[in-house]
Structures are given as C-alpha cells and as structure tokens.
Design a binder for this molecule. Structure first.
Ligand SMILES: Cc1cc2nc3c(=O)[nH]c(=O)nc-3n(C[C@H](O)[C@H](O)[C@H](O)COP(=O)(O)OP(=O)(O)OC[C@H]3O[C@@H](n4cnc5c(N)ncnc54)[C@H](O)[C@@H]3O)c2cc1C
Length: 477
C-alpha cells in the first residue's frame, strides 16, 4: 500500500510530490496523460505573479505571495530557469488609475514588497515600447517568469530521484474507501493508498465526487495565446498587464525565460473540459489587445498559437481542504496557481500532517536536481569540453534552437522520461523554433525509436494515436 497517491501530474501535483518526497513515505503520482504537465500547466502565461491581484484574506492571496517568495530558491534547487523581470500593470486614464491604486493597496495588504505607482514618464522610461497612450502603471519588482513545464518536469524528476513513482496513462476512474485507506482504480488497475491528494485540475470535482464530496464544481475557462519569435523577444523586458477585469488579468505581453515574446490570453467560459482549440476570433482579440499595450509587435513573427484551460472553482478561491480522513482536495487552482504551487505544497503537507500522516524525514533526501544545461548557452570552452566527452553533443539536430543529439539523448534518459516528440520538444526546445520541427523531427523520431526500443512507425507526436509516420516509403534507413 502506498502512503500517498497524488492524482494529477501538473505543477501542483508535481510540487506536492517533491515536498512529500522529503519524508519516509511511499508515494505514487497517477496521471492520465501520456506525459507530465499536459493540463493547464502546459499552456499558461508562465508568470510568477507578485500577489496584488487576489483579494486580501483569501487563500489565493496568501499562497501567491508565499509561493512567489519561494520560487527563486525552488528553481535554483531544481536547476530551472527563473527570471525576476518585474511586472507592470498599465493604465489608460483616470478610471484605470483609480483601479491601480486599489491594486496597490491590496498588494500592500497582501504583503507584496516594493510596489510602486508610476506616472507616464516613469513608465515609458522603464518600457519605451509601451503604448504612448498609457498614462500610469503599477510596478511590481518582485514579479518574475519561469517555464511552467520545465518546473514540473524538474519537480516530478526530483520526487522520483527521492523514491516517488510516476504512473502515466493511469486515469483514475473510481475510488473506494477500504480498511486503512482507499482502493483507487487507475488505468484499469487497482492501487491502494492510505492518503489521496486530488490535484486533477479541471477534473478535480469529478475526483472529489468519487468519494462523495459534491461541495464544489470546476469549470474550464479558455485562454488563447500567440507566441512570437525571439527576434522580437526583447521588445519589452517586464511583463506588461492591463488593468484586470472580473474575467481575468487581460491580454498581457511578456518575454519568456527562453527569449520569445508571449501575447495573450483571452478569457472565455467553456463547458468542454478537453477543448483546447484556438479560434480565429480569439487570436484576433489577442493581437488587438497586445497591440493596444505595446507598439511594434509584428505578428508576422508569430511561431505558434495555443490554448490553455483555467480550472475555475465554484467558490471563487482555491479549494484546498480535507473533506474526509485521508483525502485532500487541491481544486479550483486557476491563476495564480503556478506562482502559488510551492506554497500550495507546503499547505497540503500541513493538512496531511493534521490528518495523521507520519512525516519522519529521510536521511538521504536530496533537494537538488542538476540543471540539464543547454548547449546553446555554453561558452566555446564548455562546448568543446562536452563534445570531447561525448561526440553526440557535436551533432546539432534542431538548427533553429541549436539543440544537440547529446541533449536529446540525455532528456530521453532522464526521469520523468519523454515518450514522444512533444515530450522531447518540451524538455529540450528541439522543434520549438521558427520551423516548428519541420527539419529536425525525423531525426528525433529515429532517436526516440532507438532509445525506446520501438519501431520508427510507432513513435507518436503526443501519445495515443498521434502517429507521425505510417510506413517506410523507401528502403531501410
Ligand atoms: C490561460 C491560463 C493562464 C495562466 N497564467 C498563469 C500565470 O501566468 N501564472 C500563474 O501563476 N498561473 C497561471 N495559470 C494557472 C496555472 O496554469 C494553473 O494554476 C496550474 O497550472 C494548475 O496546475 P495543476 O497541477 O493544478 O493542474 P493541471 O496542470 O491541469 O494538472 C492536472 C493534471 O491532472 C490530470 N488528471 C485529470 N483527471 C485525472 C484523472 N482522472 N486521473 C489521473 N489524472 C488526471 C490531468 O491530465 C493533468 O495533468 C494560468 C492558467 C491558464 C489556463
């Protein structure tokens, strides 16, 4: 029997697994997807919010500010890129100014450090490409950016290095209370655990229902994005928000930790929890909104568009509770869930302890996960040294992003291991450049087939039936 089963391998489940892996516990992460971080964690704005948005006294406000304070250290331990670029909420006119003053006061009440209100001149001195019509701004120097799935791979990988198990393609379909815990049906197989943590994103209400908890619902809210090429990645250095509305924080323009420019998201309530399609109307709204905030965005430099689904809970706050012995909900984790994830994990640990979980520390726990260093970021001496050690680092597979065969092989061999093209893409950035894998994907298919010991034709883009090759058209390769 496992001590703890965590349902969902997004950033929240991943950070909880890593936090619990410090203790002498048998942990299993149950994920229905073909990989880690395929839910909301795969498609969001990647901002570590400072913490001035959520209302004073809410769990969202408390965990956002604490998570934001923890994030730099967590990323350092996990070898994950983190950039403290600061954020600006820009306003146009008196009404927005009054709104920014409210956010400022709320931020102070929430414990956000170093907030300041700026006039037009101060704003444009910081960000010359922000619209000349902007008249005021709220500056949050503690705002930052991370890569959400890189953080999740590292958190799950670190949990696994410390003994946790990950079961992919293991959809939880039933939970039955048994003597001393629960019997979970996951991927059609029985798993027994003393405690369950429900971190199933938009489906966390369905999981709660399995133990008779119908106290909340979760609905999806779609957000569409356009990602732009690195050639305009430095148009702004801060994350640029508009004054928020009740539907969210508006269309933002932000650099990413990898040097691209991100624009979006839209905000649209949905019914279908799996519909991650983008729409012409949504992308048009992104272009309009981003163009109103920042001048000079050439959407001809867009390299991809994508959509994420926020898990909006019925209570208006994060729903983190312990409705029955041995069962913890971590639901309704919409934004700022990424920013809050390290603090959510601390909070869940506390709930589990109060519910009787024995947390004796492991003698050999290691919080450090070495960074998977990118070849393109190395000095010439470092490049020569890694190639001398392993000639696979001398073969560039993805020319857009300068990703080598050595890096791809390392990623395929490192927990949590990728099993498909998208898994390699999200771990190495190979296929993430301007050509979106047009040139390199055939080589990556070869590497995956060889490493996984499967036929070339069986390699998929993103699990399931997403085959990329049907059959060989020429002689053996
Ligand atoms: C458009 C958008 C923008 C956002 N921007 C930001 C931002 O800038 N900053 C910020 O802090 N937050 C942001 N967020 C919020 C943030 O992305 C989420 O709070 C966070 O990713 C939630 O992580 P999670 O692990 O709870 O959920 P998810 O990442 O959705 O993970 C849940 C996992 O559970 C799995 N699962 C579901 N059902 C089952 C089942 N029955 N059995 C097994 N597994 C199951 C899913 O496959 C999934 O992998 C944004 C979200 C969106 C959608």
């Amino acid at each position: 029997m496992f001590d703890v089963a965590i349902i969902g391998a997004g950033v929240v489940g991943g950070m909880i697994a890593r936090t619990l892996a410090r203790y002498q516990l048998k942990i299993v992460i149950l994920e229905k997807g073909h990989d880690v971080a395929t839910g909301a964690t795969a498609a969001n704005s990647a901002i570590v919010h400072a913490g001035f948005d959520a209302k004073e006294g809410t769990l969202k406000a408390k965990l956002n500010v604490r998570g934001s304070e923890m994030m730099a250290e967590v990323c350092r331990e996990l070898g994950v890129k983190y950039k403290n670029n600061g954020s600006l909420v820009i306003g146009f006119g008196e009404e927005d100014k009054a709104h920014l003053e409210t956010l400022y006061r709320r931020g102070i009440a929430n414990g956000v450090r170093n907030l300041e209100l700026l006039n037009a001149e101060e704003l444009h001195a910081l960000e010359p490409n922000v619209s000349a019509d902007a008249t005021c701004a709220l500056h949050a120097p503690t705002g930052a950016i991370v890569c959400p799935y890189e953080l999740t791979f590292a958190a799950v990988g670190n949990a696994m290095d410390n003994g946790a198990e990950l079961l992919l393609e293991s959809e939880v379909t039933a939970i039955q209370p048994i003597e001393g815990g629960y019997k979970i049906t996951a991927g059609g197989k029985p798993i027994e655990a003393k405690y369950i943590v429900n971190a199933a994103g938009v489906y966390s209400d369905a999981i709660a229902n399995m133990v008779g908890d119908a106290s909340f619902t979760v609905h999806p809210r779609r957000g569409e994005y356009i990602l732009l090429d690195k050639e305009i990645g430095a148009l702004v250095s801060h994350t640029i928000f508009r004054t928020p509305t009740k539907m969210g924080k508006g269309i933002l323009v932000s650099p990413t930790v990898d040097g691209n420019l991100l624009t979006g998201p839209t905000s649209e309530d949905m019914e279908d929890k799996d519909d991650k399609s983008t729409t012409p109307e949504g992308l048009a709204r992104v272009m309009k909104g981003a163009g109103e905030s920042v001048t000079g965005i050439r959407f001809g430099a867009s390299i991809t568009s994508f959509c994420g689904l926020r898990a909006v809970g019925s209570t208006g706050d994060f729903i983190i509770n312990n409705p029955r012995h041995g069962f913890v909900n971590v639901a309704g984790i919409e934004s700022p869930g990424l920013s809050s994830a390290p603090a959510i994990a601390e909070y869940v640990l506390d709930l589990l302890r109060k519910d009787g979980l024995n947390t004796a520390e492991k003698a050999n726990y290691n919080p450090i996960r070495p960074a998977l260093h990118a070849f393109r970021e190395m000095s010439m001496e470092e490049k020569n040294a890694v190639i001398a050690k392993d000639p696979a680092y001398g073969r560039v597979i993805c020319r857009c992003e300068t990703v080598t065969e050595g890096e791809i092989l390392t990623a395929i061999r490192t927990e949590p291991k990728p099993h498909d093209l998208d898994g390699v893409k999200r771990r190495t950035r190979a296929q993430m450049g301007r050509c979106q894998g047009g040139f390199c994907s055939p080589y990556i298919v070869e590497l995956l087939a060889r490493e996984l010991g499967i036929p070339y034709e069986k390699v998929t883009k993103s699990g399931g039936n997403s085959l990329v090759n049907l059959e060989k058209t020429k002689g053996a390769r």
